[in-house]
Design a protein around this ligand. Structure first.
Ligand code: FAD
Length: 511
């Protein structure tokens, strides 16, 4: 039902359109940027998932919003062409692909906007939809000592790409997802119209595009809220044997007022074994720290839980002040006292922590392996059942990568956006971030993802897929639930011919 593995390179209309048609099109488009066609096998037909590849008709590197609008308009004048914005192609299931259509490389517009603003005493930055969050971070901190408030764990993702989904990390409990931290967008709709929108101006487009899976428009500019950037971060990991204690403490921390808790709260599940990737060695923050399994109580089960937290501070803060603040928070928590790891790192280093993992994995050749990932939002009411069956039994040996789990608060999400969530104020994100060697295992792991979802459905768990992927309209309808009608109405208003983001497989292109 959810993930269908297989190469879906098919004979498409793209193959039947001769290249000179593309050059004719290119001339008639009169772009400032460039258009590449014919035998495109590079990035445009691939993504991070490594599960799918398709052949687009052309890869367009626009110089700006006008170019993007022209491409969408040109597609709308044909009977069949589609347009996919490609951020950094870090989707798993071909969401940024266009089989036989135009792929727009948003990265070519990344430098187009970078303007700080102060409105009513609050700071914002206007950035391009094609900008990478890591560049937004570096530039905002070095130029203004300011930074966005809400992040993803990994920052080589584009602004438009994460805003089209939600964008979550350990700050989302306080500030909401990235979609709750933008106040204005410039969007090219499926009609090729360039529209500026906000909560008060063209609000249906604004809220619809946020979490809208690229279905309503291509985000070319976003106004992102900023806060003063801290200098440093005290980063900690503490270990639990009991899921109930782990969730109780995580929920306690995410429901405290600002100043009364950590600034970042995440967690992960790991195997109670010495497996270098899935087990104890994945826990210490510093290679010099050792995980001593002698401290694990005999009563521990097949998996253990790690709460990961961080506290911001300034260079001018005295170490004793930071120690006191951390100790005061830790003394409320019920982790295994001797399994505590901590490190002081700069704020920028902390936010770029996954970059180091990437560099390592690239050096080992693991980064480009297939990634049959599964991301689920699961309501608090269902999370204990999920742990008991999925983590403790089905995944007790790990997934060859992190198994994240941390709580989020529904009240920090704006229900007017297109994101769909489970019921209840507290829900968890569960992310199974698999790294697997090419070969038959991939299919098995995709099948295991299916099995997990099937089990969740059978048991009646309250959950929604994050970064959803479905093949049929019926499944999409079920996914959106009572928001389906609103989503279809928005689609009809802003992309009536279903030109945009065909890789999501929600709507079929019409004339
Ligand atoms: P792409 O994969 O290029 O595009 C995603 C979708 O958005 C496509 O449908 C595309 O057509 C559309 N799109 C792209 N750009 C635009 C635009 N400007 N306007 C409109 N639509 C657009 N997510 C989290 O929330 N938190 C995390 O911590 C996190 N960590 C990740 C770590 C890694 C290593 C990876 C690979 C992914 C992670 N993700 C995380 C998921 C990530 O947010 C999504 O995959 C996101 O879509 C990737 O952004 P991208 O720029 O690569 O988008």
């Amino acid at each position: 039902m959810i993930v269908c593995l297989g190469r879906i390179v098919q004979d498409t209309d793209a193959d039947s359109i001769p290249d000179d048609d593309v050059s004719t099109l290119s001339e008639s488009l009169d772009l400032q940027g460039t258009i590449e066609s014919g035998g495109i096998t590079g990035v445009a037909g691939k993504d991070f998932g490594g599960l799918y590849s398709v052949k687009p008709l052309a890869l367009i590197k626009p110089s700006g919003t006008e170019d993007i609008a022209r491409v969408v308009k040109a597609a709308s004048q044909t009977s069949h062409l589609t347009v996919a914005a490609r951020g950094n192609g870090h989707s798993i299931n071909g969401q940024a692909m266009a089989d036989g259509g135009f792929v727009i490389d948003m990265r070519s517009t990344e430098e187009n906007h970078f303007k700080p603003l102060t409105i009513d005493g609050s700071h914002y930055i206007d950035v391009s939809g094609g900008a990478l969050w890591e560049d937004v971070l570096r530039r905002c901190v070095s130029m203004f000592r300011l930074a966005p408030r809400s992040w993803t764990d990994y920052l080589s993702l584009t602004v438009g790409g994460t805003l089209s989904n939600a964008g979550v990390s350990g700050q989302a409990f306080r500030f909401g997802p990235q979609t709750s931290n933008v106040t204005e967008l410039e969007v090219v709709t499926g009609k090729g119209e360039i529209t500026v929108c906000s909560a008060t101006q063209n609000s249906e487009l604004f809220f619809g595009a946020l979490g809208g899976l690229g279905q309503l428009g291509i985000i070319t500019r976003a106004r992102v809220k900023l806060q003063p950037a801290p200098d440093m971060v005290r980063w900690l990991r503490v270990v639990y044997t009991e899921f109930e204690e782990f969730t109780r403490d995580a929920e306690f921390l995410v429901t405290q007022e600002e100043g009364e808790s950590f600034d970042y709260v995440e967690g992960f599940v790991f195997s109670n074994s010495d497996d270098p990737i899935n087990g104890w060695p994945s826990v210490p923050l510093d290679p010099d720290h050792e995980f001593n399994p002698a401290y694990i109580p005999q009563t521990a089960s097949s998996v253990l839980y790690c709460l990961e937290v961080a506290l911001h501070y300034r260079n001018s803060d005295r170490p004793s002040t930071v120690d006191t603040a951390v100790s005061r928070l830790l003394e409320r928590l019920g982790f295994i006292q001797r399994l505590k790891f901590q490190l002081n790192v700069s704020y920028v280093e902390f936010l770029l922590r996954v970059k180091q993992v990437e560099e390592h994995a690239k050096a080992n050749g693991n980064w480009d392996s297939p990634h049959p990932w599964l991301n689920i939002f699961i309501s608090k009411s269902s999370i204990v059942d999920f742990d008991r069956t999925v983590f403790r039994k089905m995944l007790k040996d790990g997934v060859g990568g992190p198994m994240l789990i941390y709580p989020l608060l529904r009240s920090k999400w704006d229900s007017r956006t297109s994101v769909v969530l489970p019921e209840g104020e507290i829900f968890y994100i569960v992310a199974l971030l698999r790294f697997v060697p090419k070969g038959p295992t991939v299919e098995k792991l995709v099948a295991q993802n299916h099995e997990i979802i099937k089990w969740c459905n059978k048991e009646g768990l309250d959950f929604k897929l994050y970064l959803p992927h479905y093949q049929s309209k019926e499944d999409w309808k079920r996914h959106f639930g009572n928001q389906w009608t609103r989503f279809v109405e928005r689609k009809t208003s802003f992309d009536p011919m279903a030109i945009l983001a065909p890789g999501q497989k929600i709507f079929k292109r019409t004339h």
